[in-house]
Write a protein that binds this ligand. Structure first.
Ligand SMILES: [Zn+2]
Length: 386
């Protein structure tokens, strides 16, 4: 029993005069003896009738508290397990109020100060630990190798483990994003929603995004992630970005799988040191040129030799050997009147744009390559080396 709890059992004042006999008692023992032996009365009953000088209800449930003795009366706590537990609970305002016989406001003030004190203590300890051990935080993060080394793994294992955790985090995040793209789009500077929410119009938004993309160079990626990882990150980022542009309908392009087969066959003829000059979708990304607010992707591009190869599907691009100018061969263009003539105009202006940027352009037709693959490869290689 602590000092404060004693106050719960408030003593009656001595000397005490019994109203029945007018006898006066100096001590609790004298009174107790008198009630038992002379009056032959139950202590609790005598107390209820002749003393009852204070509240006898349980602080927690309001039922009758436990009777202690004739000189102390009742405590403000019944005998139920729940109430006794509550009276001991050091983390509750109620328990604090009971033990300290204080008001709710006082108890709450105490807890606020106490929480602050403990928080400060923790922060102080943590900053001390950080000072002593500079890896303190890393040892506490599952996505850092230090965490796993601390757990007894070898460095190589730890690196793998931490990567797994990172991948897990990334995939969870991307599921979250994909489930609710509109909600998050405006938070990323690579999304047009980000700029639209800031008051730019569609065209300005597209402009801003392409500026950002240009700042994201392979060089920076390698600086940040190292040679090997940097290239992977860069390529992934490019692919994702291009896909997002296609999704947004801002790109005139796309690729067919068979074209990539041809391009890899061409690539086999390259020296190792020249390979980096070559761009196509599945290798790194497609090379592009911008005109007005549109981006034109070119299927295959050697940026050093200034050669571009366009691989055209016969239907999509209306092969003039097959179609007349008023035919509409495109299988699902939204414009029902998307004639071969319009397609040729579009493609011609795309080629014109490349030529005005100093490139030579060779067009390969899908049917041509399928009929004579080897001959087509040779034609392409000859074109590149001219
Ligand atoms: Zn109770």
């Amino acid at each position: 029993m602590n000092a404060d709890a004693k106050k719960r059992y408030k003593d009656i004042e001595f000397p005490f005069t019994c109203p029945i006999s007018n006898r006066t008692f100096e001590t609790p023992q004298g009174l107790s003896c008198y009630v038992t032996k002379t009056l032959k009365t139950n202590h609790e009953e005598y107390y209820d009738v002749y003393i009852n000088h204070r509240d006898n209800t349980c602080f927690f449930c309001g039922s009758k508290g436990k009777f202690i003795s004739i000189s102390k009366g009742y405590r403000n706590l019944c005998e139920s397990v729940e109430c006794v537990k509550k009276s001991f609970n050091s983390h509750s305002v109620q328990g604090f109020m009971y033990r300290n016989m204080c008001s709710k406001e006082e108890a709450e003030r105490f807890f606020k100060l106490e929480n602050e004190r403990q928080l400060n203590k923790r922060l102080k300890t943590q900053s001390e630990l950080r000072r002593v051990d500079t890896l303190w935080d890393k040892k506490r993060s599952r996505n850092c190798k230090e965490f796993w080394i601390e757990k007894g793994h070898s460095e190589a294992e730890a690196v793998l483990k931490s990567k797994e955790v990172m991948n897990d985090i990334h995939s969870k995040t991307s599921i979250k994003l994909k489930a609710n793209p509109e909600k998050y789009a405006s938070k990323y500077p690579t999304k047009k929603e980000y700029y639209l929410s800031k008051g730019f119009n569609e065209k300005e938004a597209a402009q801003k995004i392409s500026e950002i993309q240009n700042r994201f160079s392979l060089k920076k990626c390698i600086e940040k992630y190292g040679k090997e990882d940097g290239e992977v990150v860069f390529v992934k980022r490019q692919e994702k970005w291009q896909q997002s542009l296609v999704d947004n309908g801002n790109v005139k392009g796309g690729y067919s799988k068979i074209s990539q087969v041809l391009f890899y066959q061409i690539l086999e003829q390259y020296n190792k040191r020249d390979i980096n000059n070559v761009f196509f979708w599945t290798k790194n990304r497609e090379y592009f040129l911008k005109k007005d607010s549109y981006i034109y992707l070119y299927d295959f591009c050697d940026i050093k030799k200034k050669k571009i190869i366009e691989y055209n599907g016969d239907q999509y691009h209306a092969n003039p050997k097959i179609y007349e100018k008023n035919d509409t061969p495109h299988p699902y263009h939204k414009d029902k009147n998307w004639t071969a003539e319009k397609i040729w105009e579009k493609d011609a202006s795309k080629i014109e744009l490349a030529k005005s940027s100093g490139f030579e352009v060779l067009t390969i037709w899908d049917s041509e390559y399928r009929k004579n693959p080897q001959q087509t490869i040779e034609k392409c290689i000859k074109f590149i080396n001219e």
